[in-house]
Design a protein around this ligand. Structure first.
Ligand code: 2IT
Length: 444
């Protein structure tokens, strides 16, 4: 009955050929929890891990729409309902040209553990489409979102599956998606999170992923006798997560010197602060997905086709997409004196980068660091159920408490000595709650 870890991974790869990033996400978790799993025969008897790597349900659908020139366009829509042991499926929708089943399975798998770490009652899911908002008009984005929801609506609901935003899906898209859901169902419910403040959204939700990531980083720093104040920090991306993180870092006295886009990165040694932070929102609203205009606007340096990890900093916070830090980047960061990497993107580092970083500096994975986003989504669900709105201070206080608890969970399971293994801590911490709930709920 005992399988070994290599057999387990080989079996997974055979059953799911070509799903590289999904395998990467599973391997990282399996390696962390394997010993713990072996010591608990009750988990093994119930084949908890074997069940965890199989999504409960995968929905794939055609999304036809008509562009502004009258031409018919076809995209593919997805929702991966991964695990509902702890609550309704919960997780974002990604609209990006790179989206495929493997990416959404990796994100849905990660989401299950992340949501568990928040301690809020949410299962794990993820969805999206290979539709890109880049270069699209508002009207096109609306028609696409309406067509997407015309299929998705029958699979989701406030007690079934509650999507939110991710890359390419922000307040505008959530608005169009919500409008179409409401029209089709004739129900005003909390079926999506990240809604506008006037119609069921929560204060702090837009900032939550970035704020939460900085709160987490602050706990990591405090543990080794440091603080955000005075740190020079490199950030990647220029979207919602980067914006939130930069805002909070500035407030706490740190200095962010880089942001990046698919076209290259910006080096601004004077710090990305004041008007420059607001400008990030403008840049995003252009739908062009390039960061270079920042350099012209503020006289900073633009380095085309490179990633920001070559800049010497005290701490790095990837805020863009998966595998954006590889082993070479990791080595360069460390040799330039970087002491900590807190991953605000999902699986921002390659496996080799994680290994190298964990050996040399403090490294914490996305599922712990960026859990503040989905945590405030959970708080938005609570407010919707109670039909009330909490004040900004109340949401922020709850977010802080949740991030503190996640950090404690990581330390509990990942070692409280000089060096915490945050990967192990987050993976075991997230695993235990889901596994126990699955045990209690029988073979389903
Ligand atoms: O990766 C993530 O945690 C998100 N995109 C947010 C998910 C959510 O349901 O708020």
């Amino acid at each position: 009955m005992k399988t070994d870890i290599n057999e387990f991974i080989a079996g997974l790869e055979n059953r799911t050929p070509g799903e590289g990033v999904f395998h990467q996400a599973v391997e990282e978790v399996i390696e962390s929890v394997w010993d713990f799993y072996q010591k608990n025969p009750r988990y093994q008897r119930a084949k908890i891990l074997e069940r965890m790597v199989e999504p409960e349900r995968v929905i794939m659908f055609r999304v036809p729409w008509v562009d502004d020139r009258g031409e018919v366009q076809i995209n593919r829509g997805y929702r991966v309902e991964f695990n509902s042991a702890l609550g309704p499926y919960k997780g974002g929708l990604r609209f990006h040209s790179t989206v495929n089943l493997s990416i959404l399975k990796f994100l849905g798998f990660e989401q299950t553990f992340k949501n568990s770490l928040t301690t809020l009652p949410m299962g794990g899911g993820k969805g999206g489409s290979d539709f890109s908002t880049k270069g699209k008009t508002d009207a096109e984005i609306m028609r696409f979102s309406q067509s997407f929801m015309t299929e998705l609506y029958r699979h989701i609901g406030p007690n079934t599956d509650v999507p939110a935003g991710d890359i390419g899906v922000g307040g505008r898209e959530i608005g169009y998606l919500f409008g179409q859901y409401k029209r089709l169902k004739n129900e005003f419910t909390g079926v999506l999170t990240g809604k506008g403040l006037g119609w069921g959204g929560s204060l702090i939700r837009p900032e939550a992923t970035g704020f939460g990531a900085v709160y987490f980083a602050q706990h990591m720093l405090h543990k080794i006798g440091k603080d955000i104040e005075g740190q020079t920090i490199s950030v990647s991306g220029f979207g919602n997560v980067a914006w939130g993180a930069i805002t909070k870092i500035n407030e706490l006295g740190g200095e962010v010197v880089t942001i990046s886009g698919p076209d290259g990165y910006i080096y601004d040694p004077e710090g990305i602060k004041g008007d420059k932070v607001e400008y990030l929102l403008e840049l995003r609203a252009t739908n062009n997905d390039i960061v270079e205009p920042y350099a012209e606007e503020f006289g900073a340096k633009f380095i085309p086709n490179k990633r920001p990890w070559e800049v010497a900093v005290d701490m790095a916070m990837p805020c863009a997409t998966e595998n954006e830090v590889d082993e070479t980047d990791a080595k360069q960061l460390v040799s330039n004196g970087c002491k900590m990497l807190a991953e605000a993107s999902n699986m921002g580092c390659t496996t080799k980068a994680v290994e190298y970083l964990s050996e040399h500096i403090d490294y914490a994975p996305g599922k712990a660091v960026n859990a503040g986003g989905v945590a405030v989504s959970g708080l938005e669900m609570s407010q919707n159920s109670m039909r009330i709105n909490w004040q900004r201070e109340e949401v922020d206080a709850r977010l802080k408490e949740i991030m503190k608890n996640i950090h404690e969970t990581c330390v509990n399971y990942g070692g409280s000595g000089n060096k915490t293994n945050y990967v192990k801590g987050a993976n075991i911490g997230g695993f235990v709650k889901v596994a126990d709930a699955m045990l209690a709920q029988g073979i389903v």
